[in-house]
Ligand binder design. Sequence first.
Ligand code: ZN
Length: 244
Amino acid sequence: MLEQLKLLVKLQKLDKTLYDLTQELEAIPQRLEELSQAEEVLTSNLEQNQAVLSEIESKRKLMETENDQIQARVRKAESRLMSSKNQREYRAATAEIQEGKDTVKGNEEVLLSLMEDQEALKAQIAEIEGRLKTITADADEQKEVLSKRSAEIQTQVDKLGKNRGGLTKGIDFDLMDRYDFIRENRQGVALAPVSKGVCGVCHMRIPPQQFNELQRMDRIMDCPSCRRLIYWADAETLNGADDE
Ligand SMILES: [Zn+2]
């Protein structure tokens, strides 16, 4: 029984490492996704601002063209004014000149405010581009770190898997079955050390009678609270069992 326990202690140590590594490995795709999401949010924000900017630009161009056309008409009206032969022609030309000038003046005010919007947007776009550059560089770096770490973990997991195979060969089939069942349902921890009468995982006290029996180490018992397999960790005979 002592030999079985020693193997279980070693196995549990290995399995805990394996469990933690697997958890870390499984979290990597999520972290990669989060990194890409931050970039995507900023990129779409940038695209929206650029779309608004180009809308403003075309509006400005339209207005500038309109103003050029009106000013050409005003110049024509001015020459008609000079050559007007009667009151009617004179009044018509004057009215057209005034109306044209008023429209141009109104348009120019709008153009000014459009230009101000344009400047503000350009500043905003530059700011977003700066942030995006930083975020992208940072994300690229982190993605590289994560992908290296992922390969590292995979190598470790493969190595531990082989070592595990060696260890489990020496453990009784039924015991191994119980151990694996508990491990799969208890976050990778199936074996709990009991020290000074307390379960080292759930921290509940083992009833004195059961603790006495546990110290005899003639059979594998389980913790009445967390149901994990337990062993007497203060036993001198077990010293060094979990050393590599
Ligand atoms: Zn327990």
